[in-house]
Ligand binder design. Structure first.
Ligand code: FCB
Length: 475
């Protein structure tokens, strides 16, 4: 602590206060300016895959309302904005040269942000793989990692003069295990080995893309990744429950942090999954490639995970792990592990409210990635927000949720974690993947008939917190 006057409720000087979104969840204009389908276009247009058949065709029309949305961010006092680039908008087939009109959109967005003193934080991949690359095998094949690095270089060359913070992937766990394991996310495959192969090629893609970015970006660029580590807890101290915890920790966390932070897959993960695969898709040098120096680590956190010893049929309790109902488990070779609902109040997603999981993760990754600054690149909550008779939207539950989680971050900082910023998920209500538009995570309410934007009362609360850089008293 450099300032002797810093109060215990203060956040570190220069702490970044932001909000996050993702391209497919907000942009719409799915066929505009040369964009081609991503796996999420295909998936959402497949009957039965999303609630109510909702798609991102229009989403919240951000592609056309970009300037207005940046004005809104400025009115909300945001210091930073985390967005993702739609791969099929800038490189429609996933190969070859970039489409200028696609790049122009992101260039205009970044210019608008900089004009309003909002720091752009760019994610290259938030789940919208060009469909042509899925048709060529998707993340389970090596070529996708190589294509990803080429795409990273194109975006880096186009925006490297004005974007300083770059994340390669958002939540590769979801891409691999929900996309190819349980199939509740695009592309909807249900093959445990494909999920493990996807995890590996996402790790490799992260490493190759980081190298590609370093070769085109100025030295000041900060390159990292956003993971969604599970705060895994054992249901009891029984050794069998503790072993379930170890196994889920391997499949949720160490399958990524192993190669990315240490340069190797954990031995226990390889042993646990040996009946499915010998991991021969990992070539010599791959884990060293995945292990690139990181300028920051992004942590996305929503709720803790509680597990217990395997029980016959446990995997048939659909969605017990909080990741969506499916006949197929997202946990390769750990299908029978029992997931218990975490204690505590529930959100509209049915997720439990427990800020201590965030505190635990920040301290854990401070140790596992010493010297690497941490950012919370996503945290937030869905409630069934509705406008009152006067049109205003009051969301006191969200304020309480945020207060609790910001308190956990403040405590993690006091306990030694180097946390540099917080991005609320989300700037505005949007397409919540397989839940369609039914779940509202925004600090801004969207009327889906008119697409009118109305800041919720939590937005004003958040603006005050950001301006004071201090945790206010509990609401
Ligand atoms: C995360 C995703 C984000 C959003 C939130 C609620 O897993 O990264 O796009 O859907 O969950």
């Amino acid at each position: 602590m450099t300032s002797g006057t810093q109060e215990s409720s203060d956040f570190p000087p220069g702490f970044l206060w932001g909000a996050a979104t993702a391209a497919y969840q907000i942009e719409g204009s799915a066929n505009a300016d040369g964009r081609t389908p991503s796996i999420w276009d295909t998936f959402s247009h497949t009957p039965g895959k999303t609630l109510g058949g909702d798609t991102g065709d229009v989403a919240v029309d951000h592609y056309r309302r970009r300037a207005e949305d940046v004005e809104l961010m400025s009115e909300l006092g945001l210091g930073a904005y985390r967005f993702s680039v739609s791969w099929p908008r800038v490189q429609p087939t996933g190969r070859g040269p970039a489409v200028q009109r696609g790049l122009d959109f992101y260039r205009s967005l970044v210019d608008d942000l900089l004009d309003h003193d909002i720091k752009p934080v760019l994610t290259l991949y938030h789940w919208d793989l060009p469909q042509e690359l899925e048709d060529a095998g998707g993340w389970p094949v090596r070529g996708t990692a190589e294509r990803f690095a080429e795409y990273a270089a194109l975006v880096g060359e186009a925006l490297g003069d004005r974007v300083e913070m770059w994340a390669t992937l958002n939540e590769p766990w979801c891409s691999a295990f929900l996309g190819y394991g349980s199939g509740v996310h695009a592309p909807g495959r249900t093959d445990p080995v494909a999920a493990l192969r996807a995890a590996h090629h996402l790790n490799l893609g992260h490493g190759l893309a980081t190298q590609a970015l370093r070769s085109v970006l100025p030295a000041r660029a900060q390159i990292g990744i956003s993971l969604n580590p599970a705060a895994v807890r054992a249901h009891s101290d029984d050794p069998a429950d503790l072993d379930a915890r170890r196994r889920i920790d391997a499949l949720a966390n160490r399958v990524f942090s192993g190669p990315i932070l240490q340069g190797a897959y954990p031995e226990d993960l390889l042993a646990d999954t040996a009946r499915l695969t010998d991991w021969s898709f990992v070539q010599d040098g791959d884990t060293a490639t995945a292990h690139q120096p990181l300028d920051f680590l992004g942590i996305n956190y929503y709720q803790p995970t509680v597990v217990a010893a395997p029980a016959p049929g446990a995997g048939k309790v659909k969605g017990a792990d909080g990741h969506g109902a499916s006949d197929h488990s997202p946990w390769p070779a750990a299908e029978d592990i029992v997931f218990h609902p975490a204690p505590g109040e529930r959100t509209a997603m049915g997720w439990s409210v427990d800020p201590s999981g965030l505190h635990d993760l920040l301290l854990r990754y401070s140790e596992e990635a010493p010297g690497v600054p941490l950012y919370i690149t996503e945290n937030g909550v869905a409630y069934d927000d509705k406008p009152g008779p006067d049109g205003t939207v009051h969301d006191p539950d969200r304020i309480r949720y945020l207060h609790g989680h910001l308190g956990a971050i403040r405590q993690a900082v006091a306990d030694g974690a180097d946390v540099r910023g917080y991005f609320q998920w989300s700037l505005m209500d949007n397409f919540e993947w397989s839940y369609g538009y039914s779940k509202r995570f925004g600090m801004v309410y969207i009327d889906y008939e008119t697409l009118e934007r109305t800041p919720k009362s939590s937005a004003a609360w958040y603006a005050q917190v950001a301006a004071a850089n201090q945790l206010p008293p509990a609401p």
